[in-house]
Design a protein around this ligand. Structure first.
Ligand code: SF4
Length: 326
C-alpha cells in the first residue's frame, strides 16, 4: 500500500529580484514498511523536498510548492494548518541532521518528548513522562528515567540523536523522514543509529524516507533509491541494482568516489571524484544540468535536458546516452 505519494512537486524560492527553482517536477512513492533514500550533494534539493512534505519550508521565501503530496488520502500541499498539525508528529515525523539545534536547549529531554504525547494523545503528564522513559529505553539510551531530567547539552551527539528518534517515534508514526540523521556523528555511532532505525522499522512496520549524501548509508538501509541533481531526479531504482550497476554518469561518479577498504591504490593515487561543483540554484546550466561536469557530455546535452525514462523494470534514468553505452 502506498503511504506517501509525491507527484510533480516543484518548489521555488523567492530571492531579492529573482525566483530560483529548488525542486523541479519530481515524483516518488513510499510504500508501507519501505525505506526510500533520496541521495545527492548539498544543494541538490533533497531537504527542500523533505521539508515540503510537512509544509515546513520557510514561507514566504519559499513560494507555494506546486504538484501534489498525499499521505494516504489526504492532500498535504495547501492543506489547512489544523490538518497539518494533526499529521505532523502523529502520522509523519521528522528527525534532523543536527539534534543540538533541533532540540530546545532550555527544556529537559523528558519535557520535550512528553510535549509530543500531550499534544497528540489523551495521556496526562505522569503517563506522558512514563511513556517518554519507555521511548528512551527503546532507543537504547542507558538509564532512561534519569535521562528524562537532562538538558540537551548534557548529552553526547549520539545520545541527542537517540532522543530525537524517541521524540519522532512517540506517537508511532507511519512515516519517518530522516534528514541526514547521521552526518554529525562519528562512524561508530553512525552505524549504531542506522542499526537502531532498521530495528525500529522492523518492530513498528513504519516507512522511512532517508535523505543523505552518503551512499554507504543507502547500502545499509534502503530498498529504493532516488538520486537528485540540481533539483531533479536523475536516476531511481532498487538500491541493490542501482548501487551495483548505476546508469547515470552522476550516480557513477558518486559511487566511484566512495573510499573502498581493502583495495590497493598505487602510492600517491587520489580518490576518484566528480570534477566541479553542483551549480547554484540561480546559475543552472542550460540543457542537462550535469553537462559541465560530465565526461560523456555531447552537443545535445548542452541544449536539451533529457527526460526521466524507464530503462528496465523499476529503473529510470534521465540521460541522452543509451544505458550500456557507458
Ligand atoms: Fe552526461 Fe549528457 Fe547524460 Fe547529462 S545527458 S549525464 S551531460 S551524457
Amino acid at each position: 500500500m502506498t503511504l506517501l505519494n509525491i507527484k510533480n512537486l516543484s518548489v521555488n524560492f523567492a530571492l531579492p529580484g529573482r525566483t530560483v527553482n529548488a525542486v523541479q517536477n519530481i515524483s516518488l512513492n513510499i510504500e508501507e514498511g519501505q525505506t526510500v533514500a533520496l541521495v545527492g550533494e548539498s544543494g541538490s534539493g533533497k531537504s527542500a523536498t523533505a521539508l515540503s512534505i510537512l509544509q515546513l519550508l520557510p514561507y514566504p521565501r519559499a513560494t507555494h510548492p506546486q504538484g501534489s503530496i498525499t499521505f494516504k488520502d489526504t492532500e498535504l500541499l495547501g492543506a489547512r494548518e489544523d490538518t497539518l498539525q494533526k499529521i505532523r508528529g502523529r502520522h509523519i515525523s521528522m528527525i534532523f541532521q543536527d539534534p543540538m539545534t533541533s532540540l530546545n536547549p532550555v527544556l529537559t529531554v523528558g519535557e520535550q518528548i512528553a510535549e509530543t504525547l500531550l499534544r497528540h494523545t489523551a495521556m496526562n503528564r505522569r503517563e506522558a513522562l512514563q511513556k517518554s522513559a519507555d521511548l528512551l529505553s527503546r532507543v537504547e539510551l542507558p538509564s532512561p528515567k534519569e535521562k528524562l531530567q537532562y538538558y540537551p547539552h548534557q548529552l553526547s551527539g549520539g545520545m541527542r540523536q537517540r532522543v530525537m528518534i524517541a521524540m519522532a517515534l512517540a506517537c508511532a508514526p507511519r512515516v519517518l523522514i530522516a534528514d541526514e540523521p547521521t552526518t554529525a556523528l562519528d562512524v561508530l555511532i553512525q552505524a549504531q543509529i542506522l542499526e537502531l532505525l532498521e530495528n525500529l522499522k522492523k518492530e513498528t512496520g513504519m516507512s522511512i524516507l532517508i535523505i543523505t549524501h552518503d551512499l554507504g548509508v543507502v547500502a545499509e538501509i534502503a530498498q529504493r533509491v532516488l538520486v537528485m541533481y540540481a533539483g531533479e531526479i536523475v536516476e531511481s531504482g532498487p538500491a541493490k541494482a542501482l548501487l551495483k550497476s548505476p546508469f547515470h554518469p552522476y550516480t557513477k561518479g558518486l559511487i566511484a568516489s566512495i573510499p573502498k577498504l581493502g583495495t590497493k591504490k598505487r602510492p600517491g593515487a587520489r580518490l576518484e571524484g566528480i570534477p566541479g561543483n553542483i551549480p547554484s540554484l540561480d546559475q543552472r546550466p542550460s540543457g542537462c544540468p550535469f553537462h559541465p561536469r560530465c565526461s560523456w557530455a555531447m552537443e545535445i546535452c548542452k541544449t536539451q535536458n533529457p527526460q526521466l525514462r524507464m530503462i528496465e523494470a523499476q529503473r529510470q534514468v534521465s540521460c541522452h546516452l543509451e544505458p550500456g553505452s557507458l
